[in-house]
Design a protein around this ligand. Sequence first.
Ligand SMILES: Cc1cc2nc3c(=O)[nH]c(=O)nc-3n(C[C@H](O)[C@H](O)[C@H](O)COP(=O)(O)OP(=O)(O)OC[C@H]3O[C@@H](n4cnc5c(N)ncnc54)[C@H](O)[C@@H]3O)c2cc1C
Length: 583
Amino acid sequence: MKSNLLNGGEFLLADAAGMEIFAPEEFTVEQKQIAETTEEFMKKEIFPNIDRIEDKDFAFIVEKMRQCAELGLFLAEVPEEYGGLELEKTTNMLMIEKVAPAASFCMAFSGHTGIGILPMVYYGTPDQKERYLGKLSSGEWFGAYALTEPGCGSDPLSSKTTATLTQDGRHYMLNGVKQFITNSSFADLFTVFAKIDGKHFSAFLVEKDFVGFTVGDEEKKMGLKGSSTTQLFLDHVLVPVENLLGEPGKGHKIAFNVLNVGRLKVATQSLGMGKAALAEAASYATERKQFGQPIGEFGAIKEKLADMTAASFASESVIYRVAGLLDGRIAQLDKSGSDYYERYQKAIEEHAAECAIAKVFCTEQLDMVVDEAVQIHGGYGYISEYAVERYYRDSRIQRIFEGTNEINRILIPTMLFRKADNNGSVLWDLVKQAREGAVTETAYAGEFVREGATIARLKQLFLTVLGATASAREQQEVLLAIADMVITIFALESTLLRADKTLSASSEAKQNLLKAVVKVIVFDLTGKCGLAASRCCAYVLKGTELSDMRRKISELSDCQIEGLLEAKQLLAEASKDAGKYYF
Ligand SMILES: Cc1cc2nc3c(=O)[nH]c(=O)nc-3n(C[C@H](O)[C@H](O)[C@H](O)COP(=O)(O)OP(=O)(O)OC[C@H]3O[C@@H](n4cnc5c(N)ncnc54)[C@H](O)[C@@H]3O)c2cc1C
């Protein structure tokens, strides 16, 4: 296994020893300044006003969004020729992390700057950009993205919204209903998906004042209560032909390409919210006393704080590794030429599997983190006055939008298989070799040599299970189990590579914490990977074939971790001392 194959998904086939990743410890002064500006804005303008936001004071939200625009926070992904900054994805994620704890405001922010603006950036004609992009990036107007319908969510291509060219050829007439559209109550421009003649799925730029376009009532939601979510009704809406976005019949490209980075952003929102919940829990654990001592002194609470810290570290490692991969690809592109954004999309699409991995992993880590944050608060965690109550409610949607986690899980192996089938990837050769008993070699050395060997064995396990269950590749339950193996391997490897990269430049205290976090994550994710492998094999195999595989699984997912208790105690103390996420 060589490491020079790092196209999308090929981390599974390569030795971790040669891999380069971006680690959050490498942020430049400029990147940190942008993060600080965002954080200061949130601390001053948004966090003290959470109640107004949660009460759906949209006028207030719009006012604060305009302040964001004045600070240049909407410009991250806008092209330089339109006054934008074209920041790296790593910087962009860092900004989103800071906005994330105010999840309803974050929906307005990312709904506008992401799915609101980006379809136009990627697919807009110069005329469309001239007419709309300046208004959107300056905060004069706000954007929204309308794909979902009452009858179609995960399957957007089954859209029932229609677009019919009028006889004079000057307009498309749109009819249909859209569902769950973020920012509707104050958005001015909507990217609406509809089928031309009921057949050709396409995207249209619809202004809120177009006749026949109406915004429905606000949904009453479990969480994100301050975020605007409504239906949209399109009743014979005349949209000028100049407002067709992209090519007719190519709406799927717009719909799906925007989702790749969108998934990474949902992962990042989950990280930001999880870190905020951890901070609340760590502080509460030192303040609250029971049985004459702070609850944070109890092993049961320390274990939770340690697991929350390790989960956040792993999520952070995954997110910035993927963002770094995207930045690396984008940096290789020649910016001249009218097909720049087409090539840009292809570059991002190369890592679509990694974006989906980040989405699933980080949203599910968040589940654990907010759940334990509520638990640490006991009954108070159930009371709205405590921030963790909101984090708990706000977190739940993350597993549902930007493609449900089921859809993302299915996509991960499907994308890998498609690539292997189409591009003659070495995947199937390695699967064959693994089945014949070839042992995966690793050159991993240094402090984490044992953990490097664990990852190499898990990759071999992945290949072996893939070979043994190949006959059931079409079965969703099998695909989900394979996805779980892929996700855990990627997260484990990201954690290890980051810890290794930053170890030598860290203080002794931080080095000990890095070693502790690696221990906790290797123990947790190796176990999960082994379980996913067992589940996959138990679905497909029988008799001696199954028992042989069970032996192999136990051998390849074995990892001897010593000092796990001390490692968790160290992480818990660090989070209590810091009163927040330590790293
Ligand atoms: C607060 C909020 C904000 C939103 N914002 C927007 C927005 O701004 N714009 C927009 O267009 N949409 C938005 N959505 C919609 C969101 O993207 C959809 O809810 C999501 O895509 C899921 O679609 P659905 O709700 O129709 O669920 P369904 O697609 O009906 O899924 C129901 C269940 O079936 C599973 N399932 C479906 N298909 C398959 C399959 N092939 N294989 C296995 N399992 C499957 C799903 O994983 C899920 O568990 C928002 C939703 C909410 C709640």
